[in-house]
Every structure is written in C-alpha cells, then in structure tokens.
Design a protein around this ligand. Structure first.
Ligand code: PSU
Ligand code: MN
Length: 303
C-alpha cells in the first residue's frame, strides 16, 4: 500500500478492511452536495452504504471536510455534508481550494477516482459520468481525463443524453478506456432508453469484469475500466417524454449562459422538475444498483 498524502484521513472501518484485505467500494459525494435535493441526498447516501454492506463489502464515501480528504465518513459527517450550504464541487483542480479554505466538498467522478486511487482502492460506484457537453463541445468533463489515467473499475449507468454521447464515447476510445456493457451491447443512457451506441465489450458477471480488469492492467495499461450497467427497462422514461425535456434544458443552459461546473447540477435539477420527479426516482434506483454491482466486483477482485 502507498503512503497517503498528509491531508488524507481513513475512516477506521476502511483502514481495518484494508488491513484484512476485505472488499471496499469507494462512493462519490457530488451526488450528495450537488446532485440531489435534501433530504433525498442523505437518504440515498446512507442507502448506498447499506447496499454495499449488505453484499459483504465496506463502503468508503469520499468527501473533503474540515481540511481533510476523507476516505469513509462517519454517520455524523455524512449528515453534515448533506446539509452543507457552502459545499464545493471537487474535481481535480479543486482539492487544494477546499483544503485551504476548509469549505466542505463533494467529489465528482474524477475527484473520487483520484482520492480512491491515492488510498489504494480499486472499485468505485457512481450514477452517471460526466462527458462532452452538447452546448459547448470544448466543455469536456475532467471525469474523462481521470478515466484515461487512473486504474480503477468504475461502475456507472452510462451517461445522460444531456451530453453529446457519441463525442463522449469517441473521447474514451481515443484515450484507451474500455467501456464494458454489463449485460448489454449498447452504452446505457441513464434513465433514457438505450442510446444504441456500441460498447467496446459486453460482459455478464462480476467475475468476468474482474478477469477483464486484471488482464487490462497486467499488460501495463493505466486507464480505468468503465462498467456500464443499464437501469431496469421499466424505470426508463420513454423517448417521446424525455427528449423534449432534454432539448428544453439544453436551450435554457445556452440562453442563460450557464457554464463550467454549474452546467451539470442545473441540468439535473431541471430534468427532475420537468419530469415531475421521475428522473430522480430512476437516479436513486440506478445508484443503488451500481453500489450492489460494485460490491460484487470488489468481492470478486479480492479472491
Ligand atoms: N451526471 C449525473 N449525476 C451527477 C453527475 C453527473 O447524472 O451527479 C456529477 C458527477 O459527480 C460527475 C460530475 O462526476 O457531475 C461531472 O461534472 P462536470 O461535468 O462539471 O465534470
Ligand atoms: Mn461538465
């Protein structure tokens, strides 16, 4: 195990799980600080941790609090984070800002991957990854850069069709990131019906995912393995319903001049409002599904 940078702090349950070589699943926290409203954010965070534990693995929710990079939170810290008014959204450029100001921060996919990798964790569950935005194609999420350079298995539900999905997949291909369809041949589009865009490989079990990742890394590859699990079909929102919403939200982003880190949280909020909460229901369900699969992968990886 590597020595952790001084600002890191491991929750005792994560430290002992590491010592005993138990399965650990890293969980992100932008979904808590910027992705979901209160009180659903805290409830979801607790349920994701419970889901991981129910599978026999240890959850490590990652966040920046009190000037530390915390790998695993206490129940009180999770609650404090969920209520924070001044939380920052922490991608790679934002760690030092949070540590120096002491402002709490929810880590994005990129931020969580960075901290998880520094703490020698290999499995991470999230909802959707960031990608190339439709409104401005030069707005490319740091998540893609992190996926290109940090060797973790990242379980997600694909990406939202609010993004430019063909461009996002091209970027991942360019950067050498395997995109695994878990039980699917096509890239899942979050709560929308499938994109029809091909993944690089379909796999159907946690054991196969682990075998693939080991092979990828044994070769010396440095990238993540992105595991994309579709939402159950009954929870997807029909194309005729979701597409006008996505178009409207995209137009609002352009008209209001929303840029940078604010784009994704604005879009999530508006899609939820315009679908009368359906998108959030789907989101909550897929986040827990992903936590479960990540735990199964972490268990298989330990063997
Ligand atoms: N997509 C979602 N829900 C989310 C995010 C993306 O459906 O909560 C969050 C994730 O934390 C992701 C981040 O890493 O937004 C991407 O933000 P940006 O585009 O600013 O990199
Ligand atoms: Mn973005």
């Amino acid at each position: 195990m590597k020595t952790l940078p001084a600002a890191f702090s491991l929750h005792p349950s994560v430290a002992s799980a590491q010592q005993e070589k138990q399965a650990i699943v890293a969980l992100e926290s932008t979904v808590i600080t910027h992705g979901l409203p209160r009180p659903q954010n805290l409830q979801l965070a607790q349920e994701m941790e419970e889901t991981v534990r129910a599978e026999g693995a240890t959850p490590a929710t990652i966040a920046l609090m009190h000037g530390e990079v915390k790998i695993g939170l206490t129940p009180a810290e999770l609650q404090e984070l969920s209520l924070a008014e001044n939380a920052l959204k922490i991608s790679l450029r934002d760690f030092a800002s949070s540590l120096l100001t002491g402002k709490p921060g929810g880590t994005t996919v990129a931020g969580t991957m960075f901290a998880a990798h520094a703490a020698s964790l290999s499995v991470f569950a999230t909802g959707g990854i960031g990608g190339v935005h439709k409104e401005a194609r030069y707005d490319v999420s740091t998540d893609l850069q992190a996926l290109a350079s940090l060797p973790l298995m990242v379980v997600c539900a694909g990406a939202k069709s609010i993004l430019d999905l063909p461009a996002t997949l091209e970027y991942l291909e360019t950067m050498g990131v395997p995109v695994i369809g878990y039980g699917t041949d096509t890239f899942p589009e979050f709560f929308s019906p499938s994109s029809g865009l091909p993944v690089s490989l379909r796999l159907d079990s946690a054991a196969q995912v682990v075998q693939f990742a080991r092979q990828h890394w044994v070769l010396g590859m440095k990238s993540a393995v992105l595991v994309c699990q579709p939402l159950p079909a009954e929870l997807t929102i029909p194309a005729g319903e979701i597409e006008p919403v996505l178009r409207q939200v995209s137009q609002e982003v352009t008209e209001k001049g929303i840029r940078g880190q604010k784009v994704t949280p604005y879009e999530l909020l508006r899609v939820n409002e315009l679908t009368a909460g359906k998108s959030m229901q789907a989101n909550l369900s897929l986040l827990k599904n992903n936590a479960r699969l990540a735990a199964q992968i972490a268990l298989a990886y330990r063997d």
